[in-house]
Design a protein around this ligand. Structure first.
Ligand code: MRU
Length: 358
């Protein structure tokens, strides 16, 4: 069974229920977010994470933000509160473009609603915002499924697939991006093995990808990040598939730190390197990867181990640390990008623009 990572419960006065990914795989706990502050904290601390899931969560965060409005407030005040929530939630994490994509889409929808129905009641605006958030959720489910269908052909009997971080159901509203082709290939009865990089410092590969694949009955082997090159050299890896947090117009792709190194190792070893991502992960406003903001995270994530409580100090207290959460893989190192619309072979500005318009 595929995990349901996020679920809106109730009507406009409802709340967002999330699987608290900080606690997996040890504990399976649902977290209830009842205001934007709580949701901001859930995104910031990675209770909910993965580019598409962050976008969907933020969309519902705007619904939560509008719950502060009262009967005396009008549509203008509604738009003002929604815009403030957009800015606030948009400051939670900078790299995954799905966050900004979802916030902008909802803001635009709300403004259109007010332009078309200036006499409407505030309640109707709140309902329109929830309807749009639900649409983003449903579209993500569908995009994930199609990515799986389009990518399953790259997984054949005997394949050894390497993946990094977690781009599965836990990172989306649906069955994931990079893991979706694996779920589809598995349904078709293909026999393959997945190697999951543990993905330091926060171990999304060891904790989340391994948990998801194991639950689905797919053979998964966890490796430390520094083992990938050697496994490739020894012939264990036939394909690399990862997700993405932001793809520039030319195909340069930001994903979890360590992805760039894998692309180089794959190229050196003659192994195809695929990115799986929905259209909402493309940022055509930036020409190349140099413009992608890279999130820097706390030193403590590197110097301690095992989460809180139960943290173990593994580097000297006060030592200098560099902790970028993402890196950028040049388009030239990507064999193809798998989207819900199909496959972009040898991605570049022209092929991407043509594909997204199709
Ligand atoms: O810091 P995280 O856990 O949010 O990083 C997630 C990733 O890098 C994923 O690979 C990416 O968001 C794609 S998720 C479908």
């Amino acid at each position: 069974m595929i995990a349901q990572t996020l679920k809106w419960i109730g009507d406009v006065d409802g709340f967002l229920e999330l699987i608290d990914q900080r606690l997996l795989p040890g504990e399976f706990v649902k977290l209830q977010c009842r205001d934007t502050e709580q949701l901001y904290d859930a995104i910031k601390t990675l209770a909910v994470r993965g580019a598409p899931a962050i976008g969907v969560a933020a969309a519902y965060g705007l619904v939560l933000g509008m719950q502060k409005l009262t009967e005396v407030d009008d549509l203008e005040r509604g738009i003002e509160v929604l815009s403030k929530s957009c800015e606030y939630l948009g400051s939670s994490r900078p790299t995954a473009v799905n966050l900004f994509w979802a916030l902008n889409r909802l803001r635009k929808r709300a403004e259109e609603f007010v332009a078309v129905k200036p006499e409407a009641k505030l309640q109707a605006l709140r309902e329109a915002v929830l309807t749009e958030a639900n649409a983003i959720y449903q579209e993500d489910v569908e995009m994930c499924r199609r990515i799986g269908e389009n990518g399953q052909k790259f997984i054949t009997d005997g394949s050894g697939i390497l993946t990094h971080c977690n781009a599965g159901a836990l990172a989306t509203a649906g069955q994931g991006t990079a893991l979706s082709p694996m779920f589809e290939a598995f349904k078709k009865g293909r026999k393959f093995k997945v190697y999951s990089d543990e993905t330091r410092p926060l171990l999304q590969g060891a904790r989340l990808t391994a948990w998801e694949l194991k639950q689905a009955g797919i053979e998964v082997v966890v490796i430390c990040d520094n083992m990938a090159g050697w496994l490739m050299k020894q012939g264990h890896i036939s394909t690399v598939i990862t997700g993405a947090d932001r793809i520039a117009a030319n195909g340069d792709t930001a994903n979890k730190i360590g992805t760039y190194s894998l692309s180089i190792l794959a190229r050196e070893n003659g192994i195809p390197f695929y990115i799986a991502a929905p259209s909402s992960t493309f940022d055509l406003s930036i020409t190349n990867g140099d413009e992608i903001p890279i999130e820097q995270r706390a030193a403590e994530e590197v110097t301690t181990f095992g989460g809180s409580p139960g943290k173990t100090q593994i580097a000297p207290e006060g030592v200098k640390v560099y902790n970028p959460a993402f890196d950028v893989t040049d388009a030239s190192k990507i064999t193809a990008i798998i989207t819900e619309k199909g496959v972009i072979e040898k991605p570049d500005t022209e092929s991407i623009s043509k594909h997204l318009r199709s």
